[in-house]
Design a protein around this ligand. Structure first.
Ligand code: ARG
Length: 460
């Protein structure tokens, strides 16, 4: 037997090929799991002591050793070795080096398979909490902005053509709603994730009289995975998280797209501060909305990570396969990307300066109160289809005369329908149009103010 320093070297007669060592190692990226790995090991050792597998002395040595290792890692004094492949074996080897025999007993009743599955759940659970806080921060920023803009009118669009006037606050609140659903999805995903794989061991469970519910309680898991094969091989929770992350990024990309459009000279609805934009090295006049553009671009990266994970899991036979080691980088990258995008949006939203006059004029130009005129005629007794026809003709006339509907005289309007009276001008104004949509979910300032209030309460 050729001696190897690997913990599984007993049945091997050849050392690992040098490049295969590098190829197979995950320590470069999985070392960020160290705090969760150590927390899992401390809980495992505590349980092993309680069921009589470790002595009090052994348990204390292990816990003390693990805490020292955690301090070494935090102080960047830990010597990571690729010979030891991954975070789990690096920590265990250091423990044995420090405390000797007791360290070798830590892995009793456990495998790296249930260990790593536990570590990533602990990691992701904590990250979900951080992401949820970032979402809430962005939601508060949206509420604050909306509150100052309940009377700011811009054209609402369908097909990117001016459709009907809405308030800027109403528009911001649409994003608030999307983020509320995202936050709920995260809560739901966290709940399903919060189940402990430890005890599944390699795949079939363990012969030791372990107490899984005790370990689960120590680690804050709601329960333990019901099936050991599933416990070690399930990555649904990661796929679910990546799906939620993709939906959040999709929402941020829509918001980004609007900010990019709105800050262009063609729309000129908002201004982003210099501190969130960059210039061009060749065109001195340029001020580019890099932040929303980058967020829009990073959406592709997160979708890619979801696709990676789905494909890594596709067709994998039960239970653990080395393929699963590939789950980490897409997951870590998504967490980092998502946190950064939410954070930068939370910073940027309060800095958005609205150009109220420009938005107002754009809403006026687009015949956005045409539906209001049709509704007015229906209330006078016309069938909606006939009213539609009358208004269509009025709009065509307005375009020809280069006048908004509200700028036509009563006589001009009456040419299209004799029942039109002077009260028509109340509803042809942008303000009138907004105020008329006075029901739950409508854009009337009164309703939007109420929506903001309700949303603020719900956030607390
Ligand atoms: N580094 C491995 C991973 O991330 C840990 C589990 C290794 N298990 C095994 N049977 N080789 O998946």
């Amino acid at each position: 037997m050729i001696p190897t320093n690997q913990s599984w070297g007993g049945r091997f007669s050849q050392p690992t090929d040098e490049f295969v060592k590098i190829f197979g190692a995950s320590v470069f990226f999985d070392k960020i799991l160290a705090p969760y790995d150590i927390a899992g090991s401390i809980a495992h050792a505590t349980m092993l002591y309680e069921v009589g597998i470790l002595t009090d002395e052994e348990k204390s040595q292990i816990i003390k050793g693990l805490n020292t290792i955690l301090a070494e890692i935090k102080a960047d004094k830990f010597n990571w070795s690729i010979d030891l492949e991954d975070v789990h074996m690096n920590i265990e080897a250091r423990l044995v080096e420090m405390i000797g025999n007791a360290g070798k007993k830590l892995h009793t009743g456990r495998s790296r398979n249930d260990q790593v599955a536990t570590d990533i759940r602990l990691y992701l659970r904590e990250q979900i909490d951080a992401i949820s806080s970032e979402i809430k921060r962005l939601q508060i920023a949206l509420l604050d902005l909306a509150e100052t803009e309940t009377n700011t009118i811009l054209p609402g669009f369908t097909h990117l053509q001016a459709a009907q006037p809405v308030s800027f606050a109403h528009h911001m609140m649409a994003y608030f709603e999307m983020l509320s659903r995202d936050a709920e999805r995260l809560v739901d995903c966290r709940k399903r994730m919060n189940s402990m794989p430890l005890g599944s061991a390699a795949l079939a469970g363990t012969t030791y009289p372990i107490n899984r519910s005790r370990t689960a309680t120590l680690l804050g898991f709601e329960n333990s995975c019901n099936n050991s094969l599933d416990g070690v091989s399930d990555r649904d929770f990661a796929i679910e998280f990546l799906s939620v992350a993709s939906i959040i990024m999709m929402h941020l990309s829509r918001f980004s797209e609007e900010l990019i459009l709105w800050s262009s000279a063609q729309f000129d609805f908002i201004e982003l501060p210099d501190s969130f934009c960059t210039g061009s090295s060749i065109m001195p006049q340029k001020k580019n909305p890099d932040v929303p553009e980058l967020v829009r671009g990073k959406t592709g990266r997160v979708y890619g990570n979801l696709t990676s994970m789905l494909t890594i899991m596709k067709s994998q036979p039960l239970a653990y396969n080395k393929d699963n080691q590939e789950d980490k980088e897409p997951l870590f990258d998504t967490v980092d990307t998502l946190k950064a995008c939410l954070r930068v949006f939370g910073d940027m939203v309060p800095t958005i300066r609205t150009k109220r006059d420009n938005m107002y004029n754009a809403a006026k130009k687009g015949y956005t109160t045409a539906t209001d005129l049709a509704d007015y005629l229906v209330k006078k007794g016309l069938a909606f289809r006939d009213a539609h026809e009358v208004v269509g003709k009025s709009v065509a006339y307005g375009i020809q005369e280069k006048k908004d509907l509200s700028e036509l005289s009563l006589e001009e309007l009456q040419k299209f329908n004799a029942d039109i009276e002077s009260d028509v001008f109340d509803i042809l104004s942008l303000e009138g149009s907004l105020c008329a949509r006075d029901h739950l979910g409508g854009t009337a300032p009164k309703q939007v103010i109420q929506a903001i209030k309700t949303a603020r309460k719900a956030l607390k």
